[in-house]
Design a protein around this ligand. Structure first.
Ligand code: B12
Length: 138
């Protein structure tokens, strides 16, 4: 990893499934990322506010409620509206296989479903953020 990237791990929506988000926040922190966890029950606007305030490189949305096709596009739109379309967006959780191409079409860089080893998630993110940094010419 070129530098310790900052990642906002967020729980959009009204459900209380926060175990996955906490596991990921911890795993990314242990892998050398700077992690900000938003806590439960965040609106897309609150999440994007955190991303802007923290000047984050990436946002990871943990979705187990089934509302991903409603909430993920709202986060992506709000990032563009707030002048941060460069932020890498990843989604994790209970996402039906059939919805993954739709999310990727909206601009989600990767979808992580249960069973992916935690070190592989950190490694993927580090590589993707190194590539993003190169592309941005930072
Ligand atoms: C534990 C659990 C609960 C717990 C939650 C405890 C908690 N604090 O999290 C309790 C008992 C509270 C609960 C309640 C309910 N639940 Co529940 N729950 C589960 C269950 C069994 C396991 C989820 C879990 O914690 N897994 C362990 C964690 C570590 O895994 P994970 O979250 O999937 O995260 C991994 C990956 O997905 C990924 N990941 C996740 N997030 C992120 C984020 C990023 C950035 C990245 C990179 C990766 C990533 O990496 C993680 C590590 O591998 C699932 C079924 C299942 N097999 O997944 C149902 C499930 C999610 N629940 C479900 C439902 C319906 C409910 C209830 C509505 C049931 C009811 N009628 O009351 C309520 C809702 C209550 C509420 N207020 O939200 C459904 C959702 C259906 C849907 N999506 O269409 C599921 C899928 C069960 C089912 N098959 O029907 N639940």
């Amino acid at each position: 990893m070129e530098r310790p990237y900052r990642v906002v791990v967020a729980k959009p929506g009204l459900d209380g499934h926060d175990r996955g988000a906490k596991v990921i926040a911890r795993a990314l922190r242990d892998a050398g990322f700077e992690v900000v966890y938003t806590g439960l029950h965040q609106t897309p606007e609150q999440i994007v506010h955190a991303v802007v305030q923290e000047d984050a490189d990436a946002v990871g949305l943990s979705m187990l409620s089934g509302a991903h096709l409603t909430l993920v596009p709202r986060v992506i739109d709000a990032l563009a509206e707030q002048g941060r379309p460069d932020v890498l967006v990843v989604v994790g959780g209970i996402i039906p296989e059939a919805d993954i191409p739709t999310l990727e079409g909206l601009g989600v860089a990767h979808v992580f479903t249960p069973g992916v080893p935690l070190p592989a998630i950190g490694a993927w993110l580090a590589e993707a953020l190194d590539r993003r940094e190169e592309a941005l010419g930072v």
